[in-house]
Design a protein around this ligand. Structure first.
Ligand code: FMN
Length: 357
């Protein structure tokens, strides 16, 4: 089933593999480049590519060298990438990732601000090109006007995505970035209408999703979530399942084109309980993407059991540009070199070999 085509909203994917979104930190000055076009085009035999996390706002560029999509120059840079992918028959969504409080002032452009649902600083350190490893910066708690601005930034970015030729956007509401900072009760301590209850914590995500749907159409808006994830100070909380089921129902009512569920247990995170995955899939009702530690066999099993419609692969796509062929033929895969995951340049990026013919 993995190699069968699939109708996703208004487009047809050549197969049911998805290249998972992966930050690769090759976007010098946050500008999408020719090198990135080459990287994505090499991997375009995936049914769908979801790009690396891309910020809809100068305030969301918390990591070094991540790309933006909030001005015309960036949209033009992305256009060469969507064209390169489409030219070889691929499909591509851009992942919109606002880092929120998971950020360092030194990584932000002049005038930009580290923001979050509250004033609590994310524990740990992050790389900056200016000063090496640094603690995360203290976020400014977002006022209602900041929230309204962020929603407007997502809308503007969604429109730029369509202009740049993307087939759609993926809202990154996982892994502890801004949208999950509002969803997660361990991070969101607000007592106003954007916190304090499951409904309050779900509100920003549902408002961003609704605004993007209105701007570019529901068949172009997907979302990624990570209940039970522990990254960036998140983690499960009382009522997590009920809250996420309500979120899935709300997203379903908006007609989102897919729900992408992260399970990082293969990377040491707690597993997402199997029964809850089924409940989430049922609550959403639409296209469901599973990700985390898959190989060809486990992917086929999950598809055959109808537990997902599409299977995303992360690390295998880094080191195997022709992953789909390798999965099909059972050819051994090249292991990824972790030391070049986030380093600038071609090494460990566009220089992985194709399988011998
Ligand atoms: C180098 C690297 C960068 C990543 N960056 C992102 C990202 O920008 N956005 C995101 O949602 N997930 C990101 N992830 C998580 C992957 O999308 C995926 O969920 C994870 O690697 C598990 O899949 P795998 O076991 O097939 O690698 C990243 C993972 C890796 C290894």
């Amino acid at each position: 089933m993995l190699f069968e085509s699939f109708a996703l909203g208004g487009i047809t994917l050549a197969n049911r593999t998805v290249m998972a979104p992966m930050t690769r930190s090759r976007a010098l000055n946050n500008q999408p480049s020719e090198l990135m076009a080459q990287y994505y085009a090499q991997r375009a035999s995936a049914g769908l590519i979801v790009t690396e996390g891309t910020s809809p706002s100068p305030n969301g560029l918390g990591y070094a060298r991540i790309p933006g999509l909030f001005n015309q120059e960036q949209a033009s840079g992305w256009q060469q990438i969507t064209q390169a992918v489409h030219q070889v028959g691929g499909k591509i969504f851009v992942q919109l990732m606002h880092t929120g409080r998971v950020s360092q002032q030194a990584n932000l452009p002049a005038g930009a601000k580290v923001m979050g649902p509250g004033a609590e600083v994310c524990a740990g350190e992050v790389w900056t090109d200016a000063n090496g490893m640094q603690p995360y910066s203290a976020p400014t708690p977002m006022a209602d006007s900041d929230i309204a601005q962020v929603i407007a930034e997502y809308v503007q970015s969604a429109k730029l995505a369509v202009q740049a030729g993307f087939d759609g956007i993926e809202l990154h509401a996982a892994n502890g970035y801004l949208l999950e900072q509002f969803l997660n009760a361990n991070v969101n301590q607000r007592q106003d209408g954007y916190g304090g209850s499951a409904e309050g914590r779900n509100r920003l995500v549902l408002e961003v999703a609704a605004a993007c749907v209105k701007a570019i159409g529901a068949d172009k808006v997907g979302i990624r979530i990570s209940p039970y994830g522990v990254f960036n100070g998140t983690g499960a909380f009382e009522g997590v399942e009920e809250q996420f089921l309500a979120l899935a129902r709300g997203l379903s009512a908006l007609g989102l084109v897919y729900l992408h569920l992260v399970d990082h247990s293969a990377m040491g995170a707690p597993p997402v309980p199997a029964a809850f995955k089924k409940d989430l899939r049922a609550a959403f009702g639409g296209t469901f993407i599973a990700v985390g530690g898959f190989d060809a066999q486990s992917a086929q099993q999950v598809l055959q059991a109808k537990d997902a419609d599409l299977i995303a692969f992360g690390r295998p796509f880094i080191s195997n540009p022709d992953l789909v062929t390798r999965l099909k033929t059972g050819t051994a895969s090249t292991p990824p070199d972790m030391s070049t995951f986030y380093t600038p340049g071609e090494k460990g990026y566009t220089d992985y070999p194709l399988a011998a013919a």
